[in-house]
Structure formats: C-alpha cells, structure tokens
Design a protein around this ligand. Structure first.
Ligand code: SF4
Length: 306
C-alpha cells in the first residue's frame, strides 16, 4: 500500500509526525513535489474563485498524487479544545477534496481531530493504524516515536531561530502561516529576497507554540483560531527583538483579513508591511515593496543612531 501526502496546508505542521508514523509502520508513501506553476495552475482550475490561494494550491497537490498512490492523506481538523478552533478550510478540506475529485476514483486516508468531542490526536492515529492493518501496539509505538521526532525537529528550529535573533543585522518578523511561508511559490521568494538584501527573516511560525499561545492575549484575547493565535503570540514574543514585521497572507484569506487588521491597530511601535500574495503577480512588484520597507527601517535605524 502506498500513501500520497499532498505538500500543502497541514503538511508543514505535521510532516515529521506523518513521515515518522508511516516509516515506523513500514508504510510506503509519496509526497507531492514543491509547489510549481503546473501544480498551482491545476489547483486554480479545480477550486472555486472564492477559495484562498493556499487551499487552491492544495488541490493542485492532491491532483498530482491521483493515480500515483492507493490513498491520499487528507485529515479533518475541527478544533483543539481550549486552545482554539481552526479556519473552516481545515474542517471542510476532506469533503472539498472528496467532492472535487469524485469522478477520478480518489480514495482518501483521513483522521479527525476534534478535542471538544474527545477525538484526540493519539486516538486518531491509532484508528488510522488500524485502518492500515497494523496492530494497536505497533501503531501506539509508531505514534510515540513520531511525536518524539516532531518535538526534536521543533526544538532544532527554535534553536536556529534563537541564533538568528542574536545576529547584528536588520531582522524582519514574517507573520505567515507555515503552509504559506514555507511554500516555494508563496513565501520562499520573500525569504530569499530578504536574505539577498542582507536582512534576517525571522519566521513567526517557528516560535515555541505553547509560549506563543499564552502571549497572544497581549495582542488579542478574542481570536478563535489556534493557528492565528500562535502567530499573533509570535509578535508578542519577538516584537522587541525585530526591526519590522511583514504580514504575509494568501489572497482571499478570511481569518487573516481580520487578524492583520487587529495587528496593525494594536502593534504601534514597529513598521508593518501588509503583503497579499495571489500567485499571479510577478516578483518585481513584491521586491519593490520589500525594498522600500527595508529602506524605511534602515532610515529609522540611522536616525535613531544619529
Ligand atoms: S487561514 Fe486563510 S489561508 Fe489558511 S486555510 Fe484558512 S482561508 Fe486559507
């Protein structure tokens, strides 16, 4: 049996968990490639216009995997209990994929996360192991090893980021969902450009998630979405250690339109640039905006130093 893993949306949060779980259970898997123009165009073709760019790209990744594996992994996330809920896309994506590709003979592997109804992650993975024909003890062992791998990867990322925060260069906090900032088509060009310009990109999503969740209330205590709260908390954690903040959203994102507005109103002591990526524009416009933003920060720093 071969599982297909679309490289979009939850992949960037759970890749270590998924890959280690399948590796330990000796299940073969294939991951769709980095987003490229062909994948994005496919996704744009399948999605409705109103959908956000990130979910459109996700459909392109699913399409890439059809015919290359037996099942495609599409989890359904509803909520994380007291930590918050998620954008409706994560609740609906299983049904969207199922319906979009209903004529293509697609078979989905899924699990549900719904803490309010006691569907916790461990149980979800045990059920998935059972579906894959594995003994409960084997699935349990694979899950614990996968959690360990996930934790180790996060600690490494946090340590690396801490080193970057200590660099004596202009540091820019990138406020963006992991599936946007790490996507080769959406976030990677922005990271690359900042590096080229000698600035240090600090990734909000790599902040310690528990600390970020706790700190998020300093900026807003009413947000419902866990992933947005973690990102907002990264501003609270890092704002005194960075020179500016870039809010990066994919076009048509509902939650970001609200969250970005809250940040712009409440975070007053840092220059903020609001960038929306629609996947269609060339790089020139984006680079001009980034260059101007960096110039403003440099002028401010020079003024401050006298
Ligand atoms: S939070 Fe925004 S970008 Fe992310 S899935 Fe929801 S609508 Fe799309």
């Amino acid at each position: 049996m071969k599982i297909g893993i679309p490289k979009g949306l939850l992949y960037y949060r759970y890749s270590y968990l998924w890959k280690t779980f399948f590796d330990e259970l000796d299940i073969e898997y294939i991951i769709s490639p980095d987003t490229n123009k062909a994948i994005m165009d496919k996704g744009l073709g399948y999605a409705i216009d109103e959908a956000c760019l990130s979910s459109k790209i996700y459909l392109g990744h699913v399409e890439y995997l059809i015919g290359k594996c037996d099942y495609i992994l599409v989890p359904r996330i509803s909520n994380y209990g007291s930590e918050g809920t998620v954008c409706t896309k994560f609740q609906a994506i299983y049904d969207i994929v199922q319906n979009t590709f209903r004529d293509r003979g697609i078979k989905l592997l899924h699990y549900n996360i719904d803490y309010k109804n006691l569907e916790i992650e461990m149980n979800a993975f045990l059920k998935m192991g059972k579906f894959l024909g594995k003994r409960k003890s084997a699935a349990m062992r694979a899950y614990y090893l996968a959690k360990q791998a996930e934790k180790t990867a996060r600690i490494m990322d946090e340590k690396h980021q801490e080193q970057l925060l200590n660099e004596d260069k202009i540091k820019i906090l990138l406020f963006a969902h992991d599936y946007n900032i790490f996507d080769k088509h959406i976030g990677k060009p922005i990271i690359d450009y900042l590096n080229e310009m000698g600035a240090v990109p600090i990734i909000g999503d790599l902040a310690d998630k528990k600390s970020a969740l706790a700190k998020s209330v300093e900026i807003s205590d009413t947000l419902p979405w866990k992933y947005s709260k973690e990102l907002v908390g990264s501003i609270a954690l890092y704002r005194e250690r960075v020179d500016g903040i870039i809010l990066i959203s994919s076009f048509n994102c509902g939650p970001d339109s609200l969250v970005n507005e809250i940040i712009i109103r409440r975070v007053k002591n840092k220059p903020i640039l609001n960038l929306t990526v629609d996947g269609q524009e060339g790089s020139a416009g984006m680079e001009t905006r980034l260059e101007s933003f960096l110039d403003i920060i440099k002028f401010k720093k020079d003024d401050y130093r006298g």
